[in-house]
Design a protein around this ligand. Structure first.
Ligand code: XBP
Ligand code: MG
Length: 253
């Protein structure tokens, strides 16, 4: 079956949103609410194993702040997360995080040949919209046939639900698509939905296990900035373009 669609994770894949976006927003929200919690980059590295902001806050409390008590913990965590989302959106509006190398180029190339595009992420819809609108323009939101976000399915990555949801919405078989991810939880989710995955690592995920990945790269590459191949078939390609993706798909899918 021919390659029909590309499905992208957001955080760490489209942009390095964690340090200058999510982490910053969590800490600003804690401060604004008068909480004396502060997540260092080192702790955040560990907290990232738990996907989804609400679950991450609850995991933090259990593991690093067990003395903290609240009568209505779920509601309290939800209110912290709501404020964190508001702050994150403001940071994106201020242009806090650029797209990763090659993302804009690949979107444009894919659109030219009518490859269908979609998003599968654990983050909140408002965060995805803010990142896309501020880096590509609000019209770019229409480039994605489906934006599958964390508030749509009950089980977040590493469960396969969000990818399965996106595939169902697009009426596509996993073999007709490729997924783009940056983390172990991400590739686990895509694999559970039957998808083959291209990995671009970042500072938080470069030590992760990526068994079953089609290829592991430092980034997608651009004309003046070739990618480094970390794992996968040797190639003369220097950036991930449609021809390279079709080649990978024809060989491995
Ligand atoms: C990304 C995440 C997200 C963000 C926070 O995982 O884990 O939880 O850090 O977003 P992936 P929210 O890239 O695998 O989708 O606070 O909106 O949940
Ligand atoms: Mg990710």
């Amino acid at each position: 079956m021919a390659l029909e669609a590309l499905i992208f994770d957001v955080d760490g894949t489209l942009a390095n949103t964690e340090r200058d976006g999510h982490l910053k927003a969590f800490n600003l929200a804690f401060k604004a609410l008068g909480l004396d919690w502060h997540w260092s980059n080192e702790i955040y590295h560990k907290l990232l194993n738990v996907t989804g902001g609400r679950l991450r806050i609850k995991y933090y409390l259990k593991k690093y702040n067990p003395a903290f008590e609240h009568q209505h913990l779920d509601d309290f965590v939800a209110s912290i997360h709501q404020l964190k989302t508001k702050i994150y959106v403001r940071l994106m509006d201020e242009g806090a995080v650029p797209l990763r190398t090659g993302i804009k180029r690949l979107f444009n190339e894919a659109r030219k040949v009518n490859l269908r595009l979609a998003i599968a992420t654990t983050t909140t819809t408002a965060n995805v919209d803010a990142l896309i609108a501020n880096t590509l323009g609000s019209e770019a939101l229409d480039w994605f046939e489906v934006i599958g976000a964390g508030n749509i399915v009950p089980k977040l990555k590493p469960a396969g639900d969000i990818y399965t949801y996106v595939l169902e919405q697009m009426n596509l078989d996993p073999i007709q698509c490729l997924a783009f991810e940056d983390s172990h939880n991400g590739i686990t989710s895509a694999t559970k939905a039957g998808l083959k995955t291209i990995i671009t690592v970042n500072e938080y995920t470069d030590k992760h296990e990526f068994d079953g990945a089609l290829v592991v790269l430092d980034h997608l590459g651009d004309k003046d900035k070739p990618f480094d191949l970390i794992k996968g078939d040797t190639t003369n390609a220097t950036c991930v373009d449609v021809a390279y993706l079709r080649g990978l798909h024809a060989t491995h899918c």
